[in-house]
Write a protein that binds this ligand. Sequence first.
Ligand code: THU
Length: 159
Amino acid sequence: MKTTEIRIIVLEYQNISELPENDQFLLAEARKITSMAYAPYSGFHVGAAVLLGNGTVVTGNNQENSAYPSGLCAERVALFYANANYPDSEVKTIAISAAKDGVLVKEPVKPCGGCRQVLAEVEVRFETPIRIILDGQNSIIVLNGVESLLPLSFSKKDL
Ligand code: THU
């Protein structure tokens, strides 16, 4: 038996003003779109802003449904819109913010497993690591690649 350790690097910032300028802009876009989420059932409003290789920024927010599983997370709304409209442009960075009762969450928002899998697909599709910015009051964390969120992931390489 052999034990292997998988490490992830987490960059932690105290405030949005500490982020590189491009990231500040992207996170501000994610925060902005959060308030327009359709989340009457959970009251949990999430916003995602995606920076593409061609410089375009695409945003999305969670869209809930009375038939709960028919809703979709902010990350997937934004990523699917990006891939539908710019199928030749890689995703460089995604910024994610979330608010409960209109107030930014305390700890950095954590994408659900389904969104992690979709992020992994996009990364493999364009062969470009996706930087991930997770927003919170106490800290903002930045991850350099989906591997940090979803190690040992399943992808087309396994098919
Ligand atoms: N949600 C997102 O949009 N993204 C996440 O990363 C976590 C959860 C949404 C789904 C649902 O509309 C609400 O937040 C509560 O789970």
